[in-house]
Design a protein around this ligand. Structure first.
Ligand SMILES: [Zn+2]
Ligand SMILES: [Zn+2]
Length: 345
């Protein structure tokens, strides 16, 4: 089968190879024929071999974790899916034995293994996975959208900390997940939705998806603009998705007293912000990692099945699997939303 393999522990060193199809299914493992995959920022980090990738990944490794496909073979004890099911997968494989897994928090399992990072991933014609991470979806959901349900889940999870109906929201960073957060908050009845972004391509994307206001913080003062829009109140909810320390610090200034802050952005080392301001404004601050298993997946499924979300301006490119390198380059340029690669039908 075809597989995108990180061959060696250095920058680049990813190759489309012919490798043997996975065999020897364990009793609770499932073989899936992959239809579509989507390139994640972390795949680009693996390509570039940043600090995180170098510390975690032991090549050779088949990369990729955002995908959809069809169940083609079951281990002897599999109960959750059957042959022919169309599935997506939670990328974090829980151990099912630690304190968190045993108490209803397997999304923050202490022994999580990540697909395409710690075990072979989905950028291949077939992938072998434990049944616990699989999530059956309605076949009416277009494969291109199904393949981005994992990052969509990040957006849903980040936004889920607040009741959004009629609430003003600030979203800093309109990468693909920020863009999906605009769609999610819109579908949940938020108004106004204020996005902050500096790249021209993504400013356009934010407008297209339905942000009521898009602020470019290199040209305008973010806090001042938010205060103007919200008649001096500040926003009810602030979703930080950029990983930029200034965005977090400014966003906290732009939240109204008693408001909620939800942080998905990951920062390059330690950062500073005014904690006293957060204390005296009585803010609630959430750190968000991954998705909730499987609450978030259920919400994503319903929103897509009943067309509450229009991801057509988020999935900006659908390329052939063989053109994966073009996809990686586009991701590095930032001139794109989600990039989906087509493997099988
Ligand atoms: Zn991802
Ligand atoms: Zn665990």
């Amino acid at each position: 089968m075809r597989a995108l393999v990180k061959k060696e522990a250095r920058r680049g060193a990813i190759e489309l190879q012919k490798v043997p199809k996975p065999s020897d299914l364990g009793p609770r493992e499932v073989l899936i024929r992959v239809n579509r995959v989507s390139i994640c920022g972390s795949d680009v980090h693996i390509y570039e071999w940043n600090k995180w990738a170098a510390s975690r990944i032991r090549p050779p490794r088949i990369i990729g974790h955002e995908f959809t496909g069809e169940v083609v073979k079951l281990g002897s004890d599999v109960e959750l899916v059957k042959e022919g099911d169309i599935v997506v997968a939670e990328s974090h494989i829980p151990c099912m034995a630690c304190y968190q897994c045993r108490t209803g928090k397997m999304h923050v399992c202490r022994n999580t293994k990540i697909i395409g990072v710690d075990v072979d991933g989905a950028f291949a014609d077939y992938v072998k996975l434990p049944e616990v991470v699989l999530w059956k979806i309605d076949p009416s959901i277009p494969a291109e959208y199904a393949s981005v349900m994992e990052p969509l889940g990040n957006a849903i999870h980040t936004a889920s900390v607040a009741n959004l109906s009629g609430k003003s929201v600030l979203i800093t960073g309109v990468g693909p997940i920020g863009a999906m957060a605009i769609a999610v908050t819109k579908a949940s009845g938020s108004a106004p939705i204020i996005a902050a972004e500096i790249k021209p391509y993504r400013i356009k994307m934010a407008r297209k998806i339905g942000a009521d206001y898009v602020i470019n913080p290199t040209e305008q003062d973010l806090v001042e603009e938010v205060m103007k829009i919200t008649e001096g109140n500040g926003v009810d909810v602030f979703l930080e998705m950029s990983g930029n320390p200034k965005a977090l610090a400014d966003g906290i200034k732009a939240v109204t007293n008693g408001g909620k802050v939800s942080v998905l952005g990951v920062y390059d080392g330690r950062i500073e912000f005014d904690m006293n301001l957060a204390v005296f404004k009585a803010l609630t601050i959430y750190g968000i990692t991954g998705r909730e298993m499987f609450k978030t997946w259920h919400v994503a499924t319903q929103m897509l099945k009943y067309k509450q979300l229009d991801l057509s301006s988020v999935v900006t490119h659908v390329l052939d699997f063989d053109d994966w390198e073009e996809g990686m380059e586009l991701m590095q340029s930032g001139n794109c939303g989600k990039i989906v690669l087509k493997l099988n039908d």
